[in-house]
Write a protein of this length. Structure first.
Length: 147
């Protein structure tokens, strides 16, 4: 999606801890805002975004929105072009969602003296990603726009 200009998408706090997914989230959100203002091609060129990738992401967002509306009764989810970037609490929820899907990719920092010679490296350690084990309720955040 991007060509190495992530420095133009600064973040702080929980959003900074979200890492690359946070940068992509902010880039896509800003591109959507530009699209609804009729400036998508100029915006993508200025910020190093591939316009075709942004269009594919838009299609996926529409498909996901449609699936949520079909699957969850009583919910009318819409794509909001004026949606603000996630605040600290929402960024924390997004971190939990991302980490919950990457349990086998998250490492635990240990001291060199704790490393056993020839020991088996386990990706199934219960100490992985404490933040990923917390319950997540996305209905309480504004990450999803209800109408």
């Amino acid at each position: 999606v991007m060509n190495g200009k992530a420095d133009c998408w600064p973040a702080t706090g929980q959003t900074l801890l979200l890492g690359d997914p946070g940068v992509l989230l902010r880039a896509v959100g800003a591109a959507e805002y530009a699209h609804f203002n009729g400036e998508e091609d100029l915006f993508c060129a200025k910020h190093g975004l591939r316009e075709k990738a942004i269009k594919e992401i838009r299609k996926l967002r529409k498909q996901l929105t449609s699936e949520i509306n079909l699957s969850v009764s009583g919910v009318d989810v819409t794509i909001d072009p004026d949606m603000k970037p996630p605040d600290a609490a929402e960024a924390r929820l997004l971190r939990q969602l991302v980490l919950s899907g990457l349990g086998d990719q998250v490492g635990k920092k240990i001291a060199l003296d704790e490393v056993k010679e020839g020991g088996k490296k386990s990706k199934q350690s219960p100490e992985f990603a404490e933040i990923a084990r917390l319950p997540i309720d996305i209905r309480k955040c504004r990450c999803v726009a209800y109408s």
